[in-house]
Design a protein around this ligand. Structure first.
Ligand code: ZN
Length: 282
């Protein structure tokens, strides 16, 4: 009887420790997240050197597909694309498109760390952090911009561009708050645990990048400013792990990463970035 009471009390404490994670206030509908992400992905693919290598694409999709089965990943249509860029970065667009720089792939120690990066980015999508931030930053103008997008043939991206919500550096769609970072870590860890990846690998990889960024920021500047460190990631991910269902951790194909790194290392250098269109004359 006493044991039951203790177990019951323990059960209550355990469930109390798992913070509920759900999308915040948002003027976009989930369908508008998807539309915006689609339009923005077209722009990314026009302006950045997308890697067209079947084995690499299949590798990203296989790991991303396993993660997408988790209920914590939500129902957005995810896609996974590599970009030929030696800087260490990964980013997600609203509604599902996820991009990973080849520099990040070169920095991985194992498949679980890649799963961690993808699960973290998928969590920004599932928790709708980009459009939540755009909502908070542009509350007054946003309703009208959204209501009129699609009218007169204007894309959502161009309507949002008129009120200053774009894809450039410092975009509210890609630059997350520390609070959003913690949520993406915790939700990403739940995704990983549910499908059988060790969540601590994600936190360890991010901490490794943060430590490297302190020594030499040159390859990591964008990543660290878009995903600001929310503190000791390993500590709070390990802490949450104690309350997650126990699962057996495994990788799909541990031996594949060295091959994938070779593919990445042998890619020709990307063409110089396209110069931004400038108005003629002075
Ligand atoms: Zn992040």
């Amino acid at each position: 009887m006493r044991v039951l009471t203790i177990l019951f009390a323990l059960g209550l404490t355990l469930s109390a420790q798992l913070k509920e994670l759900k999308p915040g206030f948002n003027l976009f509908s989930p369908q508008q997240d998807i539309q915006l992400g689609k339009e923005a992905a077209v722009e990314v693919e026009k302006s950045m050197p997308v890697v067209k290598n079947e084995e690499l694409t299949a590798y990203l999709s296989r790991i991303g597909g396993r993660l997408a089965k988790s209920k914590h990943a939500g129902t957005f249509p995810f896609s996974f694309t590599a970009i030929n860029d030696k800087s260490i970065n990964a980013f997600a667009l609203p509604g599902g498109p996820i991009f990973v720089h080849t520099g990040l792939i070169s920095a991985l120690d194992n498949e679980s760390q890649l799963a961690g990066v993808l699960a973290h980015e998928m969590s920004h999508v599932a928790l709708r952090h980009g459009t939540n931030q755009a909502t908070k930053a542009n509350l007054l103008q946003l309703g009208a911009a959204l209501a009129s997008s699609g009218l007169g043939g204007d894309s959502m991206l161009s309507k949002l561009g008129q009120i200053g919500v774009g894809l450039g550096a410092q975009s509210v769609l890609l630059k997350y708050s520390r609070n959003a970072e913690t949520e993406a870590d915790l939700n990403g860890a739940r995704i990983m645990n549910e499908v059988g990846y060790n969540p601590v690998q994600m936190a360890q990889f991010f901490q490794k990048l943060e430590a490297e960024g302190q020594k030499d920021n040159s390859k990591l500047a964008n990543f660290l400013s878009d995903h600001p460190t929310p503190g000791n990631r390993v500590a709070y991910v390990e802490d949450q792990n104690r309350y997650l269902p126990k699962t057996q951790y495994s990788e799909i194909d541990s031996g594949a990463l060295p091959r994938i790194k070779n593919i990445v290392a042998s890619l020709p250098p990307p063409p110089p970035p396209k110069a931004a269109a400038r108005p003629a004359g002075n």
